[in-house]
Design a protein. Structure first.
Length: 280
């Protein structure tokens, strides 16, 4: 009964503040649509980010109100909202996004994700993601793969205008035991990392990036779902954020794909061990 009451209240509050903020965002989205062929307009992009960040803060407050979540977070002390970061993280649940936003809010620039093209049709939120310049990718091979690369490059080029945290779930999908087994993953707690999205970000933003933020998320007990968030069933979250130098060759140029794959393999080996430590 308590979970039903919390869940109903959470849905009503989420709907109310989403509609209120979208009302403020709608004219900015229209203006972005009209000026899309032009280079990024910093004040316009900053206004869109500010309203979207308000939505994220309300989501974080709602999560804390509903669940009274206990947080164990380790992060570098020298993070800055005026820097450019590439953020990589293990992926277990939709809740990971809320956790990332909560842990980096006010300490790093607004997070921007590579997301599936189908999500542009999510009511209201899809339009906001478009206005935030999130790259919408088909994630297929062939001609679609080439179009994805062009889309990602164009989005990353726009990210140069304002400090940004470019987020990539480099496993490409959420972890499940079935996927882990099907992959034959060499990691005990993780899927194999993929270098594609990271390569694009490094290619376009490599000279602008200040660091890579390696985030490991662990949920004691079981991995929560979005319904668990709404119903107040996220008792504890443990997060470790490690600052890494941007992978580059000796002359400062981005690594080739094989170099990035090797870099990710080493990073994932350490992350696998850290995941175990977070669970102890």
């Amino acid at each position: 009964m308590r979970a039903l009451l919390i869940g109903t209240t959470a849905v009503l509050l989420l709907t109310a503040y989403t509609l209120a903020l979208f009302t403020l965002l709608a004219p900015l989205i229209l203006l972005k649509l009209l000026t899309r062929p032009l280079p990024p307009i910093k004040p316009l992009d900053a206004a869109v980010v500010a309203l979207a960040d308000t939505w994220n803060r309300l989501n974080a407050a709602g999560l804390q109100w509903a669940s009274s979540t206990r947080w164990q977070v380790h992060r570098p002390p020298d993070l800055s909202q005026h820097a450019w970061y590439l953020v990589v993280c293990n992926h277990q649940s939709w809740v990971d996004i809320l956790v990332l936003q909560r842990c980096l809010q006010g300490r790093a620039p607004f997070l921007k994700f590579f997301i599936k093209r189908e999500l542009i049709w999510v009511p209201l939120v899809g339009l906001v993601w478009w206005a935030l310049d999130f790259p919408f990718l088909r994630r297929k091979g062939g001609a679609s793969g080439a179009q994805d690369l062009a889309t990602a490059r164009a989005a990353c080029a726009r990210f140069r205008a304002l400090p940004t945290s470019v987020m990539s779930f480099v496993e490409g999908t959420r972890f499940t035991p079935a996927k882990h087994e099907a992959q034959g993953s060499p990691y005990r707690h993780l899927l194999k990392p993929k270098a594609g999205g990271m390569m694009t970000a490094l290619d376009v933003l490599g000279d602008r990036l200040d660091a890579v933020l390696d985030v490991t998320i662990f949920y004691p007990g079981r991995v929560p779902s979005f319904v668990d968030v709404l119903c107040g069933r996220v008792p504890e979250v443990r997060v470790h954020i490690d600052r890494q130098p941007v992978p580059a060759t000796g002359d400062g140029q981005p690594l080739a794909v094989t170099g990035v794959q090797a870099w990710l393999a080493e990073l994932w080996q350490a992350k696998d061990a850290r995941f175990k430590q977070l669970g102890s």
